[in-house]
Design a binder for this molecule. Structure first.
Ligand code: PTJ
Length: 249
């Protein structure tokens, strides 16, 4: 048990969720290492959502709400950390989920699907109708015909660079959440939310709730058109640089 007063309470809770996910066969061992890399970047970002990340989240929401065939691609880390938020977001937007894994196995797909269902995610595609995409060297190339393959907008938090690049080359809009603004995923995606995935999902829920009440196509189109991912990533780098300068002895 960790007291809520502990200065690293939130971070320790996220670690617990991932370790739980690992023990349940949802998160891969590699996922634990990937989380550590994310934590290091989050530390440099001050472990809070920047104004810049909020702007990227709003733009991502605009893309998702105006898509013809949006899909949310979920892996073992995202499932362990953010299933509640995914369920809430999908209930508001009616966006389906596809389980798509780097370290793919039928058993993990089933465990993640069951975990998502148990948390209230209704529409989960688990890849019964598989197509293999070109130019992706990992198992992530295997996508569902009715999900990622058909989608015009793919929201893939904690993506790997290979697939983000391939999906963009296929003409899809790729939205991601990645604490590392230097990663190939961050650089090749259409919108990169440089934020921790549970914080980003909570903000996405707030934007989706707001837009569901006051849906305005012009506003959503303007948000998309005015977003610039290079500017967004540069701003994230500046946040880290300034923080480093401020804490340097
Ligand atoms: O479940 P699987 O088999 O699909 O595997 C998932 C992982 C995450 C292991 C796999 O996709 C992978 O190896 O990813 P990478 O290439 O390590 O990239 C993960 C990126 O997510 C890194 O840039 C991390 O900084 C970032 N990251 C890690 N934890 C978080 C995060 N970004 C946002 N929120 C986090 N909690």
């Amino acid at each position: 048990m960790v007291s809520e007063e502990h200065p690293r309470y939130k971070s320790l809770m996220l670690r617990n969720k991932l370790v739980d996910g690992y023990e349940k066969g949802i998160t891969s061992a590699h996922g634990l290492i990937a989380h550590g890399r994310g934590e290091a970047f989050d530390y440099l970002l001050g472990e809070q959502t920047s104004k810049n990340a909020l702007g990227a989240t709003k733009a991502a929401c605009a893309y998702l709400l105006t898509a013809r065939h949006p899909i949310l691609s979920v892996n073992g880390n995202t499932a362990a950390l953010a299933s509640e938020e995914i369920a809430e977001f999908c209930a508001i937007t009616d966006i389906p989920v596809e389980v798509n894994l780097f370290h793919r196995s039928a058993e993990r797909i089933k465990r993640i699907t069951d975990h998502l269902h148990a948390h209230g995610v209704a529409n989960v595609l688990t890849g019964f109708d598989i197509i293999k995409l070109n130019h992706i060297a990992s198992e992530r190339a295997k996508v569902d015909k009715h999900g990622i393959f058909k989608a015009d907008v793919v929201f893939a938090p904690l993506e790997d660079g290979d697939r983000a690049q391939a999906l963009t080359q296929l003409g899809k809009v790729v939205l991601t959440v990645d604490l590392n603004p230097l990663s190939r995923t961050a650089v090749t995606s259409t919108v990169t939310i440089v934020d921790e995935v549970t914080r980003a999902m909570k903000n996405l829920i707030s934007f989706a709730t707001h837009f569901a009440r006051e849906s305005n196509q012009d506003e959503l189109d303007t948000l998309k058109a005015s977003f610039n991912n290079v500017r967004n990533l540069k701003a994230s780098n500046v946040i880290m640089l300034k923080r480093l300068q401020s804490v340097m002895l």
